[in-house]
Design a protein around this ligand. Sequence first.
Ligand code: GTP
Ligand code: MG
Length: 294
Amino acid sequence: MWNELLKEIKNENRKSLARAVSLVENGYEGYFSFLQSLENNHTPVIGITGPPGAGKSTLTDALIEELTITGKKVAVLCIDPTSPFNNGALLGDRIRMNKWYSHPGVYIRSLASRGNAGGVNPKIIEITGLMQCADFDYIIIETVGAGQNEVEIAGIADVTVVVLVPDSGDDIQALKSGLMEIADIFVVNKSDRPAADIFTKNLRNALTVYNSTVPVLQTIATSKKNIQHLTNSIDERLQYISDNKKISLIAHKAFYLIREMRMKNISKEKLKEEISESMNKDEFNFYSFVAAHV
Ligand SMILES: Nc1nc2c(ncn2[C@@H]2O[C@H](COP(=O)(O)OP(=O)(O)OP(=O)(O)O)[C@@H](O)[C@H]2O)c(=O)[nH]1
Ligand SMILES: [Mg+2]
């Protein structure tokens, strides 16, 4: 079955790709051996993150347009916000993205974040790996950006674009909350707003203080302004990924998957059950209990 699927995926059969993504997402039997059998294809992965409502989806839509105009093929993984705070935007995302569903060079897939602390789907690494064996030139991952949660995506994407809006204080906020460490490119979207220039200036100044050379671009995603500048900047960044960063990315992904696998049958609920059964016994020893689970 897996071999047949792989053949179809390579033949640009999007239905087969969709099916394979679901199988991987659900951890269907044999999925990991299947991943092991894939060749090393490194389609570049672009992470788009930032606070809720910053315009990530609108920007992704504009990026798809810019890239497909030049004949590129693009896969997009949208991590559906599961928090009620974000639910309002979902429908809008769908309507906006709808026009791409019939485009042969575009594949869009929504994935639930399933309450994962990093704001990404627990199987995102494997799903991205699967997409890399298809015919795409770029894979874009849009993640729920809420507070500290953006950090996870930086370990998966080759280039992380942090989208901000010119709201007072957000520039400093962004630097404080660790976004500076993860951003390869800052985008000040909604630069049609009057505060855009001063915001951009403040952000650039703040970055200089930290000796950061991360570029800051202004865009207006809704009117597709400056999008080519952004794609150029992404391509430039992709060209100069240091070996150090490559090693860090692979190590991060390996760490994440190993942890997932080791913790597979462990949950606090299950531990509680076991403890409630044994804690009143004389022979109960906390450290022996722990040792029995590692
Ligand atoms: N004025 C202006 N509005 C914009 C711009 N880009 C996006 N918007 C609007 O901002 C709102 C939020 O845009 P989205 O693209 O859904 O933002 P998002 O970051 O994907 O939102 P979440 O996924 O919910 O975090 C929408 O109403 C967009 O039309 C822009 O450049 N200028
Ligand atoms: Mg969105």
